[in-house]
Design a protein around this ligand. Structure first.
Ligand code: NAP
Length: 399
């Protein structure tokens, strides 16, 4: 299989290559690397010759490839995908960007959760395989055991999202902001009996200072948070919040009969994805699950966390709920709902760089036996971005 890689030197692309090298994926395919800015330069070292970098803006350079894996971004996808398809190129398109995600003939790939959908779509000739929104993928990886059994009647996901979701420059800016905040307080911190209120005044002062580095986030994140992620859709909903409902239901194949504008959902967007021509869903034909969120950026580096409230269709004992969550697939880890276990194992610091998806704080809520709370954490560059793409390549190789 001859596979073209675009966007491999970006943040998601770098994690993808790292994982592909670790899993020896390159042993099974012939890679060709592309760049929009460095055509003719050297390809990355993947243990076999790949030739010089090809021009990612030249449709002819993709001729003869069986698959393209792109982490280049939505603008490039929007520019090149229609051109290549119009030119008759019929290879598989595996994409980290959201541009094609809600298209009727594209499948959102998260194989530990929706492998039957992927296999069904493959059999029907689907060629566009798109990674899901990181927050949605991580939530579904954590709660797969409940979602697959159709136990969730509705849910809210209150998110605590890392800087990496906004891009590499934002991660750098978060650290610069942390440094500036520390610098402002440093002389006072060095004096053990300095007043904590004075320290706090210094930090608040620098956060509000015009010279505080906010070029990428627009506002301080260090020492603060940002309660809005992605575009404003009007009606009080952010695009990130809309994705929670739309993508969860598309991945499950729910609500197919309800149409909505997939490109630019407006105020009051429904929770239903557009009808799928790509393949049958796990819950085909069932009504969409309402998923509501308030998505918040916090000062973590690359792990997203989510506090979940759900109403289950059945009043199950907590032990059974835990067993279902823990048994869904090999990456989910149930963290016992105790203080020590939670603060040690259910944090971005503990999970960063790992494939495991811990789920903890599982307990019944005061509203009644059907109501359950949970908290989950995941590395948004692994299961939230790169891992579903490399696994899709493996699925194609196996077919
Ligand atoms: P990125 O880091 O900005 O990289 C994209 C491209 O920018 C690179 O492939 C490279 O292309 C170019 N580039 C220019 N200067 C660069 C530099 N100094 N270092 C590295 N690359 C440089 O983008 P990304 O955050 O990985 O996101 C890629 C896509 O994945 C987007 O569509 C995004 O929405 C999606 N996604 C992102 C995340 C996330 O957490 N960030 C999660 C899921 C999906 P050339 O080699 O062609 O110049």
């Amino acid at each position: 299989m001859r596979v073209g890689f675009v966007g491999w030197r970006g943040m998601v692309g770098s994690v993808l290559l790292e994982r592909m090298r670790a899993e020896r994926d390159f042993d099974h395919l012939d890679p060709v690397f592309f760049s929009t800015s460095r055509a003719g330069g050297a390809s990355p070292d993947v243990g076999k010759p790949a030739g010089p970098l090809r021009d990612a803006n030249d449709p002819a350079a993709f001729a003869g490839l069986d698959a393209i894996v792109t982490c280049q971004g939505g603008d490039w996808t929007n520019a090149m995908h229609p051109k290549l398809r119009a030119s008759g190129w019929r290879g598989h398109w595996i994409d980290a960007a959201s541009a094609l995600r809600m298209k009727d003939d594209a499948v959102i790939i998260l194989d530990p959760v929706n492998r039957p959908v992927i296999d069904d779509a493959f059999a029907r000739g689907t060629k566009d395989w798109i990674g899901g929104n990181c927050t949605v993928s991580l939530m579904m990886m954590g709660l797969a055991g409940l979602l697959e059994r159709d136990l969730v009647e509705w849910m809210t996901c209150m998110t605590y999202q890392a800087a990496s979701g906004a891009g590499a420059q934002n991660m750098r800016e978060l650290l610069q902001q942390m440094g500036e905040a520390h610098l402002a307080a440093k002389p006072l911190l060095a004096t053990p009996d300095s007043s904590i209120l004075e320290i706090d005044r210094e930090v608040a002062g620098i956060l509000r200072d015009d010279r505080f580095p906010t070029e990428h986030f627009g506002v301080p994140l260090a020492g603060s948070l940002i309660p809005w992620i992605d575009k404003d859709l009007g009606g009080g909903m952010s695009r990130e919040e809309w994705k929670g409902g739309a993508e969860t239901n598309k991945i499950l194949g729910r609500g197919n009969s309800v149409r909505q504008d997939a490109e630019a959902p407006g105020a009051g967007a429904t929770h239903a994805p557009p009808p799928s021509r790509a393949g049958r869903g796990i819950h085909d034909g069932k009504p969409p699950i309402p998923v509501e969120s308030i998505c918040v950026r916090i000062g973590a580096m690359r792990c997203h966390s989510q506090a979940i409230t759900m109403r289950l269709r059945e009043d199950l004992p907590i032990a059974e709920i835990e067993t279902l969550i823990a048994g869904a697939h090999e990456w989910v880890r149930l963290v016992p709902n105790t203080r020590d276990e939670s603060i040690r194992h259910l944090t971005p610091a503990a999970v960063t760089g790992k494939l495991e998806i811990p789920v903890g704080r599982v307990r019944k809520l005061a509203m009644g036996g059907h109501y359950v709370g949970a908290f989950t954490v995941g590395d948004q560059l692994l299961w939230g971005a790169a891992e579903p793409l490399r696994r899709m390549l493996r699925i194609l190789l196996a077919h």
